[in-house]
Design a protein around this ligand. Structure first.
Ligand code: MV4
Length: 496
């Protein structure tokens, strides 16, 4: 096993990795930027090193400085978390060369899965169903038009070097083809320095279902069932679930086996995720592979009873996966709500600043992965996610009940969060009924934003009356309460 792991990340995922290190008896070394002096990962690691100013390029993305530091402090492995260097083949190559172990896949499999046409070719060859379309970049306008006609409109143009929704354009009719291809090429060249474009059939109103896999360096592969990730806005996931209520047992067998085939096809090791689109008939199509630990891994941990980060670390050290496939059964149901620092009811504007009060939910079936607490700063330099709230129940209804309870316990002040927005979604009739796909938020945005949350809290007048009554009594303790103001925004009322 490793002696010391450097965690090349921040926030909740850095803390998650620190916790796994402590559970395994491995020393943890954090890096932090000037903006993260009061973050929990900085405080909780065994060692913490100031790496540079807030700007990611000068801190969390400073390759030379991070690898040099890892050597100086005697770290024998680097865990990248998600984002930052997690899927950067050049970084992985440099770490590999330095003699330090990268806790993740080989740079070759990251590179392969980053080229979407190459990934599609590989999947096709290995009988993993792909979205109908090309597995080579198109070579000319006429070539593209011919293919699009064969596939049938609408089609999607996608950048070979893209992914995660970047470099994508829908075409409904041949008349739009030429100009759409030109602009997609231009954007792809600018964003990825590669203007190769391929074509896929446009799948209407699909669900986004992904399968968690894990593989060791000895050639053992396991899956940990699927996650349902359709509740998103602008490719930013908001709510994830495991398992998916849309997937029946037969489809589950097929999609998990397809995911194993996908991982084997690229000689993968580490934790990884195979993303699929699924239509109403439960036909599923390979979309892309994420060669990293994902944000939403806790829902899988809840239903499978596996510590994915501990497993990742153990595998990176050369050990065999600690469980057999048959050991993994779906136990109950888990839900994750991402807590973002944003004003959901005001154009989803990011909300930055120092967290004044922070009280997080707890109790049976509740897990909070947070990187911050009272006094932490949420800056404009990084992702706006403050925490992940995860609940577990015997079934979806129980997990939802617990999520409602947990969201109502949450208290964050000093900045605006999406907590009220999340409450509305999880109580939306169509969400509860399982009547949703990737377009749920866009489709329901106006009715979501006009829903006045009824969570038993008081409006200004009621709160004032209650406070007045309380003050008449001998009320000496300090406290605060979230109140609904007459302008329908949520405010904080302090009383002494
Ligand atoms: C698609 C699609 C429909 N048809 N491909 C968006 C992110 C990137 N990973 C692929 N994406 C999509 N590809 C075909 N052929 C719809 C999307 C899509 C989407 C997929 C998953 C989750 C959320 C999404 C939101 C918008 C579009």
């Amino acid at each position: 096993m490793f002696n010391k792991i450097l965690i090349a990340n921040r926030g909740e995922i850095a803390l998650r990795i620190i916790r796994a290190c402590k559970d395994l008896g491995i020393k943890s070394a954090a890096i932090y930027s000037e903006a993260d002096k009061k973050s929990l990962h900085t405080r909780f690691a065994d060692e913490a090193y100031l790496i540079g100013p807030a700007q990611s390029n000068q801190s969390y993305l400073n390759k030379e400085k991070i690898i040099k530091l890892a050597k100086e402090i005697g770290a024998d492995a680097i865990h990248p978390g998600y984002g930052f260097f997690s899927e950067n083949a050049d970084f992985i190559k440099e770490v590999e060369k330095s003699g330090i172990t990268f806790i993740g896949p080989s740079s070759d499999s990251v590179k392969m899965m980053g080229i979407k046409t190459a990934a599609r070719q590989l999947m096709k060859k290995n009988n993993v169903p792909i979205v109908p379309g090309t597995t080579e970049p198109i070579t000319s306008v006429s070539d593209g038009k011919k293919i699009a006609k064969e596939i049938g409109y609408p089609v999607l143009l996608k950048a070979s070097a893209g992914g995660g929704g970047k470099g994508m354009r829908k075409i409904s009719d041949e008349s739009e083809f030429e100009s759409a291809l030109e602009s997609t090429k231009r954007e792809a060249l600018k964003a990825f320095a590669d203007d190769s474009i391929y074509i896929e059939k446009f799948i209407k109103n699909p669900k986004h279902i992904e399968v968690q896999v894990i593989a060791d360096k000895l050639g053992n592969y396991r899956h940990l069932f699927e996650r349902e990730c359709s509740i998103q806005r602008r490719h930013q996931k908001i709510i994830e679930e495991a398992p998916s209520i849309f997937v029946d047992e037969l489809t589950r067998k097929k999609i998990t086996q397809a995911a194993i085939k996908a991982a084997k096809a690229c000689g993968y090791f580490n934790a990884g995720t195979i993303e699929f689109l699924m239509d109403k008939k439960q036909n599923f199509y390979f979309l892309e592979m994420n060669t990293r630990l994902q944000v939403e891994h806790p829902v899988t941990e809840f239903i499978c009873g596996v510590d994915l980060v501990a497993e990742q670390i153990s595998i990176a050290a050369g050990n065999k996966i600690s469980f057999q496939q048959d050991d993994i059964k779906i136990n109950g149901f888990a839900l994750e709500c991402r807590i973002y620092a944003e004003d959901s009811f005001n154009g989803f504007l990011p909300s930055t600043g120092v967290i004044e009060h922070y009280n997080q939910p707890s109790g049976p079936g509740v897990r909070v992965d947070s990187g911050f607490s009272s006094g932490s700063e949420i800056s404009m330099y990084y992702d706006p996610m403050i925490a992940k709230l995860v609940t577990w129940g015997n079934n979806r209804t129980e997990a939802l009940t617990k999520m409602n309870r947990a969201l109502s316990e949450y208290y964050i002040s000093g900045l605006t969060t999406n907590i009220e927005f999340l409450k509305i979604i999880i109580n939306h009739a169509d969400f509860i009924a399982g009547n949703y796909d990737i377009n749920f938020i866009d489709k329901n945005l106006s009715n979501i934003l006009s829903t006045i949350p009824d969570n038993g809290e008081y409006n200004n007048e009621e709160a004032a009356a209650i406070l007045a009554a309380l003050i008449k009594f001998d009320h000496s303790s300090n406290g605060f309460k979230a109140v609904k103001r007459s302008d329908n925004k949520w405010g904080e009322l302090l009383y002494e």
